[in-house]
Design a protein. Sequence first.
Length: 300
Amino acid sequence: MSPPAAAIALPLVLGLALWATPPPRALPGATNQTALPRFCDAAPETLPALVREVAVLAGVRSRVLSASERFLGVPYQFDPLGEGPGQPPDEDPRLRYDLADCQTFIETVLALARARSPQEVLPILDEVRYDGPVGYSRRNHFFEAQWVPSNSRKGYVREVTAQIAGKDAVRHVKAITHRQWKERTLGERIDLPEERAPIGDHALAYLPLAKVLAHAKAIPSGTLFAVVRADRPQLPTMVSHVGIVVQQPGGTFVRHAGRDLYSQVIDEQMAHFVERNALYTKWPVLGLQLLEVLERPASE
């Protein structure tokens, strides 16, 4: 006697479901676990309450750590933010919590850490991401040439590499000429008017990669870091990645939106991060630039 169709179908469906569900992604040297409620899991009506939980914390470092922890496990997507619908060439939303790349991750965290209410998050994020009105050409595309100078002037961040690294800090000037900009082999799709092209000399400091672990414990939790790579004339930037330093009972970690190895926001052991970055030979990593997130002004 043939078994009922349902008796065949149910195991088949379960088998297909098990086959279709990938095993948990391995996270070597890292974790994506948090006990805090994540922004991306909140319903629209409860999201403002989570934002307020961050806003009421005392001290900008506490707010940076709380806001950033609520992104752990969020999937990586390159360039998930744009200027919004009807604003070509990048019509992605101006604010979102479900996807992040390394730069939009720290930008959104910075906005959350400075906001006093849910209504302030987007205006602050716009200030962080743009040097002027919201528009693709006004976006701070290049970290050392645009992002750091713009947000230093506005009082959002301050470079503290030399303060933390002392005599181990290395200063460098990235020079970009008109010819180098026109012949660039990175960021070719970023079409900017001449007045917004990152032409000129751009100074930055970095803690050499070989000395990062010696100074790791001295880096305050909540400090931003930027991965500085070798100066290549055909490349308009030396910064390839950014994130947040987090001091935990288990040691020093970097909280960042990892691309290839992790494809999500994770906490990675600093030692593991340094070891991985030391392996890059095609575009060698020189070290880390360190930026302090500044406290919001006193309420009037």
